[in-house]
Design a protein around this ligand. Sequence first.
Ligand code: TYD
Length: 351
Amino acid sequence: MRPPADDAERLELIMKELDSLSALKGTHMILVEGSKDIAALTSSGVSGDFFCVQSGGGPVRAAEAVWKAGKSAVILTDWDRRGNQLADDLRTNLMALGVVYNTRIRDTLAFLCGPYAKDVESMDSVILHLEKSLLEIRGVRMGAIIVIEGIDGSGKSTLCARLRDILSAEGRDVVLTAEPTRGKVGGLMRSGAFEGVSQSTEALLFTADRNDHTEAMRGWASEGKAVICDRYFASTVAYQSSGLDGGSVDRDWLLSLSSRFVGVPDLTLLLDADPAVTMSRVRSRGEDMSKFEEVRFLRRVREEYLRLAKEFGFKIIDASAGPDEVLEAAVSEIRKVLRCIRRRRSTVRRA
Ligand code: TYD
């Protein structure tokens, strides 16, 4: 294979190889060396039926798994190139079953990533690097607005902070933000300046705050930043329609107020849990309870959130699970969106 002429072609070829692996989904099992290979492939957009030869039990177990699944195999370990006995065993076992043997894809990927990484394991960072630099050259930035919603105590703040750490560690620019904001309108609301106003006035204030905030978030995203926003329009619809102090506001009116914000987030994650669980968390933190934090009221908020999730395609995450599981589920959804954005932007680039 000849070396690519430039990084644009390099990226194109890497994506093509990854797409060809994804196309095997359902018919083939992909045998990899270790779990890091699986992580590299999945975070680079490949989904499929993986078998990890190293931790899965070696060549015999791999052959058994392929046979049981009634599939063909694509072998992505590079043991054969190193002349390792295990690779020969793997080949022999699979050949005996009459399954396909193919290391070409891994070799090609290793060749394409070569100038930027020692191993295919770091393919994701190679792709990120290539995309970032290419998009910057063309003045196109790849950002995303990711919203986290949920009732009080559902773990939004913890999740947001951990997401920021993970995405920053991957070399992305991250902005962590929240509503109500600490800007002009949100700051006044937080200071208690509007204490005692009706729920409909409060809905208008939250919306006014959101109006300015949305412009700021769009700006950050267009600079290529990953924006993580704690609460957005669904908070207004869910909270202000749920009859706090008997002051519930008409849902349709709240939805019409929110309509201009509906398409703004690239992804909304709803952390869903029973208010009895979330309130016991709030109490155990010894925090002051706000007027919004009452179990019966929060039950209605939760129902409304779930209804909005259906209507607007929010991804629901079970927030009664431990923080690590919640984080894992959130990261997996976010990666899909960042990947789509990359692809979407690269389509724009090619056009
Ligand atoms: P919260 O996320 O708890 O902020 P913080 O943890 O920084 O104090 O938000 C404060 C409260 O505001 C929360 O109970 C929900 C309520 N709220 C609404 O009722 N409507 C809205 O539109 C927003 C953004 C928040």
